[in-house]
Design a protein around this ligand. Structure first.
Ligand code: PEP
Length: 252
């Protein structure tokens, strides 16, 4: 039985005052010992604030990106070791916004995954097809390419302590959620692709769904056999919604 995980991705949103109000609202509802892991991936300047508020609680924190480099002349970059210094458990890698807006290739995303693992973080490796690719019947080919880049970089055992998030690009921030059946089909494909290399790793790997998850649709999505929780963007900025999604993951 895989454990479930719900992770918020705040993207480029937040302020010291707003974060404090949101995190305190989450802390009131999410207990320390709970069966569904919960985390928020906040903008890097707020990681120290997240640590100060969340340390010792049932909510972990993480970043939305990291450098593939360890140190050196890479202005603006943040390394995995720095994230560990700030108490991060998770880091999102290869989010579609990084891929489409900042030119991240499969190879770069895979290198970041390796950098995160080497630093001791739990990377959340995002994959997903665009609407155009889906309509052309290329969903499986795109997912295979993205998963294979990761397997080539680290091998199946490298996935042992990582997470994968299936995030169809057409569902991110659009209000258009994949149906539970569409999410499960894609995630079963990802699991099978990894399973061809290592069945045990694939069976244990939590695969999250992301793309316009809300409290109202989370329960149906999380009830699918291959959906082990969610990566939540917009709805993670509203305490009531995020808590509702987290609760939905515990009710299977
Ligand atoms: C995301 O940013 O990973 C995401 C899934 O966003 P949203 O929930 O807003 O679609």
């Amino acid at each position: 039985m895989r454990s479930k995980v719900v992770v918020g991705n705040w993207k480029l949103n937040g302020s010291l005052a707003g974060n404090e109000a949101l995190l305190k609202a989450l802390l009131r509802e999410i207990p320390r010992d709970n069966p569904v892991a919960c985390a928020v991936c906040v903008p890097s300047p707020y990681l120290a604030q997240a640590r100060a508020l969340l340390e010792g609680s049932g909510i972990a924190w993480g970043a939305q990106d990291l450098s593939r480099h360890d140190h050196g002349a890479y202005t603006g970059e943040v390394s995995g070791a720095m994230l560990v210094d700030l108490g991060c458990r998770y880091v999102i890698v290869g989010h579609s916004e990084r891929r489409t807006l900042f030119g991240e290739t499969d190879a770069i995303a895979a290198q970041k995954y390796v950098a995160a693992r080497n630093a001791g973080l739990t990377p959340i490796y995002c994959v997903g097809e665009t609407l155009e690719e889906r309509e052309r019947g290329q969903m499986q080919a795109v997912l295979a390419r993205q998963v294979d880049a990761l397997l080539a970089g680290y091998g199946a055992t490298g996935l042992e302590r990582g997470l994968v998030a299936y995030e169809p690009v057409w569902a991110i921030g659009t209000g258009k959620t994949a149906t539970a059946a569409q999410a499960d089909e894609a995630q079963a494909f990802i699991r099978a692709r990894i399973g061809a290399k290592d069945a045990g790793v694939a069976e244990r790997l939590p695969i999250l769904y992301g793309g316009s998850v809300k409290a109202a649709n989370a329960k149906e999505l999380f009830a699918m056999p291959n959906v082990d929780g969610g990566l939540v963007g917009g709805a993670s900025l509203v305490a009531e919604e995020f808590v509702g999604i987290w609760r939905a993951a515990g009710s299977r």
